[in-house]
Write a protein that binds this ligand. Structure first.
Ligand code: OF5
Length: 121
């Protein structure tokens, strides 16, 4: 069937959605799936000035807010670094963030992304 213009996804959006799905697989407990709630994380919104989570990244893709892959990667790093700032080392969340950051950046290396071709230039 022919896609209507409104259904056509921009090439960058399609790529970012694929990368996001792969990153989400590294968060099996879904600690990063939604915004962190101050009720479960006392003082979170005073300590973390720029919260980020996978659902917000998905919305930014849908709203075409990411103009480049680097902006997407910056939000991913921000999300993980927020967790390593708020949660003490040794906590389940700090460890999950460090593992997620490490695994995620391995998926986002130029070697892994080069096969996607000129979509990134
Ligand atoms: C225990 O189940 C959940 C479920 C969802 C969460 O965040 C979306 C979190 C969560 C995620 C985080 C993070 C990422 O810092 N966190 C910090 C303190 C207390 N809870 C959380 C935990």
């Amino acid at each position: 069937c022919v896609l209507k213009a409104s259904q056509k996804r921009r090439p960058l959006s399609r790529l970012l959605e694929q990368l996001l799905r792969n990153l989400e697989k590294r968060d099996p407990h879904q600690f990063f799936a939604w915004p962190v709630n101050d009720n479960f994380a006392p003082g979170y919104s005073t300590i973390i000035k720029r919260p980020m989570d996978f659902s917000t990244m998905k919305q930014k893709i849908d709203d075409n807010e990411y103009k480049s892959l680097n902006c997407f990667i910056s939000d991913f790093k921000l999300m993980c670094n927020n967790a390593m700032k708020y949660n003490k080392p040794g906590t389940v969340y700090h460890k999950a963030a460090r593992r997620l950051l490490h695994a995620g950046l391995k998926q986002l290396t130029p070697q892994k992304l080069r096969p996607l071709g000129d979509i990134l230039t």
